[in-house]
Design a protein around this ligand. Sequence first.
Ligand SMILES: CCCCC/C=C\C/C=C\C/C=C\C/C=C\CCCC(=O)SCCNC(=O)CCNC(=O)[C@H](O)C(C)(C)COP(=O)(O)OP(=O)(O)OC[C@H]1O[C@@H](n2cnc3c(N)ncnc32)[C@H](O)[C@@H]1OP(=O)(O)O
Ligand SMILES: Cc1cc2nc3c(=O)[nH]c(=O)nc-3n(C[C@H](O)[C@H](O)[C@H](O)COP(=O)(O)OP(=O)(O)OC[C@H]3O[C@@H](n4cnc5c(N)ncnc54)[C@H](O)[C@@H]3O)c2cc1C
Length: 640
Amino acid sequence: MSNEVNTDLLKERSTATFDAERLTEFIYKGPEKVKRKRQIQNIVLQDKFLQSFKPTEFYDRDGQYNNAVRRQIYIMDRLEELGFRSETDRLNFREAAAPVELSPFGLHSGMFVPTLERQGTPEQSRKWVPLGKSFKMIGTYAQTELGHGTFIRGLETTATFDPETQEFILDSPTLSSIKYWPGNVAKTVNHCLVMAQLYTQGKCHGTHLFLVQVRSMEDHTIMPGLEIGDIGPKLGFDGVDNGFMKFNKYRIPRMNMLMRYAKVLENGDYIKPKNAKLTYGAMVMVRVWIVMDAFKALSRATVIAVRYSAVRRQSELRPGGEEAQVIDYQTQQYKLFPLLATSYAFLLAAEGMSQIYAKISSDIERGNLEDMPQLHALACGLKAFCTWVGCEGIEVCRMSCGGHGYSHASGIPKIYANIVGACTYEGENTVMMLQTARYLSKSYFRGQRGESLPELIQYLTIDLNVKSTLGEDCSFESLVAAYSHRAARMVATACKLQNANKQKGMPSHDAWNKSTVPFIAATKAHCHLLYAVYGIVENMGEFMQDGYFNQDQISILNRKVLALLEDIRPNAVALVDAFDYPDHLLQSCLGRYDGQVYEALYENSKSSPLNNTDIHSSYYNYIRPMMQKRSKSKDISAKL
Ligand SMILES: CCCCC/C=C\C/C=C\C/C=C\C/C=C\CCCC(=O)SCCNC(=O)CCNC(=O)[C@H](O)C(C)(C)COP(=O)(O)OP(=O)(O)OC[C@H]1O[C@@H](n2cnc3c(N)ncnc32)[C@H](O)[C@@H]1OP(=O)(O)O
Ligand SMILES: Cc1cc2nc3c(=O)[nH]c(=O)nc-3n(C[C@H](O)[C@H](O)[C@H](O)COP(=O)(O)OP(=O)(O)OC[C@H]3O[C@@H](n4cnc5c(N)ncnc54)[C@H](O)[C@@H]3O)c2cc1C
């Protein structure tokens, strides 16, 4: 490979109107943090073992899982040796060391240990958390079953208390009750946090979490009374062993129920939690993280697509002129620049969401549950919105790279395959949106009754007769007012339909179900407040429905969005450079910092296993015999 930077990229960087490094410092919270991040990434780059892995698509499933385990254990050991204590340092190291592959220990660190910490009594946490943190106990979160993922109240696994032995008996009474999907259950873990219906004194008390040992700590054999296996290959998550697990009257001690909020006493008495949804805390936490995952995935795809679009030349823009950089086509800009802006919006949304989560979750831990519904609604809505928009955006990035985008060498298919799972896991997106919709509906009616609303949704009570004051400058205030108006109108419309259904005599659940399509649209509009001009132009019908904008204002907005493309154009490459993703993080021949995409693609293709021999064995086994058979046949043309 040559060491030169592609001249188009060089020019893009020299003509940018701002200093990308300053923006990088803003993103990572200061020059010191940027420096530290780069140091850590360089440690990974110098590490021969970590650099020796080929991309996962070159391995079969067994190899993918094996490599993921091998690499992640090496990462753990290196983190110990390096003595990194800060979460940011550790995350930077982990991301650089395994940029594409998901960890078979991700759910251990991401859900198992935090749930023990937050849902266990102080005693339980003291006992188990150190074992988890030191990986003496490896665990995961096993909730979903063959028959139910969404409807947690419908889960069928039972945990029945036996006061005689002071144990719970875990059982999978039906085929549909078998745990199915939980990550890392199949091969990796020796413990699970199992969500099961609690029965005591002959009564069911709903779902609760239980710590269950599933494999021997000595030799990793499956505990008697359990059946465990892998569910098979998936769209992504190559290195993750999502599994199934069946309980056959499997006994665990009473104290293995997580009892911070709900309790079962020795005599079998049940003590209710302050709020039954406290058991769902781990899911809320992960939904918050997923917003950040959506940012990372979309921004990486955008970096790849924008850099490649600056390097790729195709067709004449000026008749007889040189071939144009595809980034100069207005249609290409319209595909990519809004996604670039969305990436930045997602980053800020993810950070804001994390701050709100930190505040409200600490209130909850201190027993103040007042803001729980608000947190739930916000996390559900943003998780669904950002993963949906992110995935659509990544697909646009892939297609904007033309044919090469379809190759794994572009790096984009893997980004997509992994993040698209997040539209389903941790709460299926439509279902999540409908949770936020219920909150909006309740809040709307409360607003109508004159009750005060939390700040984020006070806009629901604005006067819908007021028209837009948007002028040539498309001021920030006029844009915020437009989004508020549109969302408030759509929530009101959906609520009125819900009410009208009720008035027709429908039971309230039917009245709700028969208004959920407009409610989903209204909830998307609510989440869409992250956007500006482009969001209006793309959804003009919804903004226009009640004549909120006049014809002149629509023209202003249409002109403005095209003018913004011109503004972004000289800065597009600098704006993606500012994310400061090194090449080994992007793993993309198209998104390379130096823009040497053709050399990289050509080199990369040589590593295809099909190139190990000039003549493939299938020629000797199938093609040659077929040709020989045909050449002996009398009427070859009739058989072709
Ligand atoms: C991800 C780890 C990150 C780790 C990071 C580290 C490293 C990363 C490396 C690798 C990671 C690798 C892999 C990770 C990937 C994937 C992990 C996936 C894990 C899973 O995939 S794990 C299973 C998740 N599975 C779900 O996510 C089920 C969704 N299903 C539900 O969540 C509920 O079932 C719902 C919401 C449908 C409720 O259904 P429902 O309404 O029928 O229930 P119910 O009637 O009981 O609710 C009565 C009232 O409670 C309210 N309410 C409900 N929930 C609440 C809450 N949490 N807080 C406050 N209020 C709540 C309702 O809104 C209602 O309110 P109202 O009455 O006012 O309307
Ligand atoms: C990659 C991956 C990793 C996973 N990891 C884990 C894990 O570690 N642990 C774990 O426990 N689980 C895990 N899961 C399971 C995941 O949490 C569930 O698949 C998810 O919660 C969705 O539930 P479901 O499969 O039952 O979907 P369903 O609810 O069956 O969805 C099917 C359709 O029905 C619709 N629908 C369902 N209910 C409603 C409703 N009330 N209103 C309107 N529409 C509705 C949905 O919108 C969807 O279109 C994982 C899944 C994936 C894909």
